[in-house]
Design a protein around this ligand. Sequence first.
Ligand code: C2E
Ligand code: CA
Ligand code: CA
Ligand code: CA
Length: 274
Amino acid sequence: TKQSGRNGYTFFTPAMQASAARRLRLLQDLRRALARDELILHYQPKFPGSGQPVIGAEALLRWQHPELGLLGPDTFIPIAERSGLILPIGDWVLDRACAQLRAWHDAGHTSWSMAVNLSPLQFTSPSLVDTVRDALQRHALDPGHLTLEVTETTAMKNVEASLQLLNTLTAMGVKIAIDDFGTGYSSLLYLKRMPASELKIDRAFVRDLENNAEDAAIVSSIVALGRSLQLQVVAEGVETEAQRDFLDQLGCDLLQGYHLGKPMDPEAFLRQAT
Ligand code: C2E
Ligand code: CA
Ligand code: CA
Ligand code: CA
């Protein structure tokens, strides 16, 4: 049965997700979702530490399904990825996020940056570099205000090809974040060569930070690693004041999480951030 999750959108039990009929239905609906304007972006703020102003946002995709309600990306991104629909959807996300950033810059928030998630298929798409360049030009944005988030697993899959792509994007001035860091298997040798500017510590390590000595040790090692490789370290999933204080003390560069700000529509984002 349907439940309302903490993000406020609907998710399904594993049994329902496994249903082939339901996947087929979602795939058929998803093919029309773009044309029908059913996809939306929410924006979660990023903070440089407690008490300091927002430095930007991460764009997070949602689907306002006409019958099923607001769906989170975990319900439909796997379907989009398998069917290839993630490519037009990803282009749309990039364009919308850049348009939003342009609007914020025009409203005077000229230092804010935008982070956009890339799926594995987008990451291997030959048109990615052109799509990114076009979106930046169309919205007259400085490439340095755009961060592309790619998971550790995706970035490390085909290392030489990844390095080449990331080097091309970095040469354009775009920033790269390694997402869900700690859940994949990074070789330090490759991490050293990755032209990334951010490591995002996976939420799994932040969750029990105050109570679990191993998680605390892992997080503090990642912060130290980031410092020595001159990468900014971002902690995601900060849900409590205790976690925030702990991360602040460790010298974690950027914080994201429900405690500081949930993903919001653009109006709510602006209200909360200013
Ligand atoms: P992610 O990139 O790791 O994004 C962080 C997820 O954690 C988001 O879930 C966010 O809403 C959630 N989150 C943020 N703060 C907290 C917190 O304090 N506590 C908890 N429990 N959760 C928190 P969301 O929006 O459901 O997105 C899930 C995943 O879907 C993302 O994980 C990302 O991998 C993918 N995704 C989202 N938007 C896009 C997109 O536009 N394109 C692609 N390719 N993937 C996307
Ligand atoms: Ca992300
Ligand atoms: Ca993440
Ligand atoms: Ca994740």
